[in-house]
Design a protein around this ligand. Structure first.
Ligand code: PEP
Ligand code: MN
Length: 335
């Protein structure tokens, strides 16, 4: 557990924190970080007890459990973190689009259709993390141009993946939300780089990562100052062989219990089979998720990547009708 003190804390304030920590046998140690004094506690104390013991001291700014994302106490006079402008609390957001951005002639009509059906964001990779180095790696610069055109002509917001911090500036020019892919969940230089942005970041779960590892990866971004984080469940490896990955919907209540970050479900990568996408989409909203990300292609079998999981625009329209009915029944507002 780390107790972070305000920049203006006095020696007396620090001694008060140390005194309380010693009384609880927490073996306090102090160090300086970013112009602040931090008191590290070693013993066994629950977050609730630590809050009760220290948060009443005005010089204590935050308590950060080392295995959970930060718990902040807003300080009077400190500027609030900019609100996540897209994934707002209490609304359900739908992201749709192909796995990879393809030709503009295919993508623009698709984007118009997705928008009409109720999507808020268009997805599509231009830098593609592929399992094989011989597979298509994305259209890169020309793909970004297509995304720019989609953004200006349809009003859809754009989410696309940044695979390395060298591409980040380019991707930021067009993306409203930066996607960090499953294979990069623990790429700490990339997490640090997006932590410095003032832009929403969607962090996909590593395909073999626990919730704790995922939240600690999110903590890298948050500790850089960017708390506009959205977590995306995209399935994990299990012994199941009826699907490509196992979509773990139980992360929705697990994340909600331990962090305030919105959770988006990706039933496309999460199952790898297009026939499972409609039912898993309905299950996601029923489970309390904050949104969905679905791969849609005008001719799914011809998709350059992830063809088996892509659905047709008609199927997407039908899913959106179901989502509308479920949202109404559950009292959820659609973005
Ligand atoms: C994707 O969203 O197209 C993608 C590559 O996802 P993941 O990183 O979850 O495999
Ligand atoms: Mn894909």
């Amino acid at each position: 557990m780390l107790v972070i003190l305000t920049r203006t804390c006095s020696e007396n304030d620090l001694q008060r924190v140390i005194h309380i920590a010693e009384k609880h046998r927490l073996n306090p140690g102090t160090f300086e970080s970013g112009g602040r004094t931090v008191v590290a506690l070693e013993g066994d104390i629950s977050l609730a007890d630590a809050k009760e013991a220290f948060l009443h001291i005005p010089a204590v700014e935050q308590i950060i459990p080392l295995d959970r994302p930060r718990i902040s106490k807003p300080q009077p006079g400190t500027p609030a973190q900019p609100e996540n402008p897209i994934f707002t609390k209490g609304t359900f957001t739908v992201i749709a689009g192909p796995c990879s951005v393809e030709s503009e002639d295919l993508m623009l009509p698709l984007a118009r259709r997705l928008r009409a059906a109720g999507a808020t964001l268009f997805r599509g990779g231009v830098f593609k993390p592929r399992t094989s180095p011989y597979s298509f790696q994305g259209l890169q610069e020309s793909g970004l141009q297509t995304l720019t055109r989609i953004r200006s002509e349809t009003g859809l917001k754009i989410i696309t993946e940044a695979m390395s911090h060298e591409h980040l500036d380019q991707v930021c020019q067009v993306a409203d939300v930066i996607q960090i892919g499953s294979r990069n969940m623990q790429n700490t230089p990339l997490l640090n780089a997006v932590g410095e942005l003032e832009k929403p970041v969607m962090l996909k779960r590593g395909m073999a990562s626990t919730v704790k590892e995922w939240l600690l990866a999110a903590e890298y971004i948050a500790s850089g100052g960017n708390e506009q984080i959205v977590l995306c469940e995209r399935g994990v490896r299990t012994f199941a062989d009826h699907s490509r990955f196992t979509l773990d919907l139980s992360v929705v209540p697990a994340i909600q219990a331990s962090s305030g970050f919105p959770v988006v479900i990706d039933p496309s990568h999460g199952t790898g089979k297009r026939q499972f996408v409609p039912s898993m989409s309905r299950a996601a909203i029923a489970a309390g998720a904050d949104g969905l990300m679905i791969e849609v292609h005008p001719a799914p079998d011809d998709s350059i990547s992830d063809a088996e999981q892509a659905i047709e625009p008609e199927q997407f329209e039908s899913i959106m009708k179901d989502i509308g009915k479920l949202a109404e029944a559950l009292g959820i507002r659609l973005n």
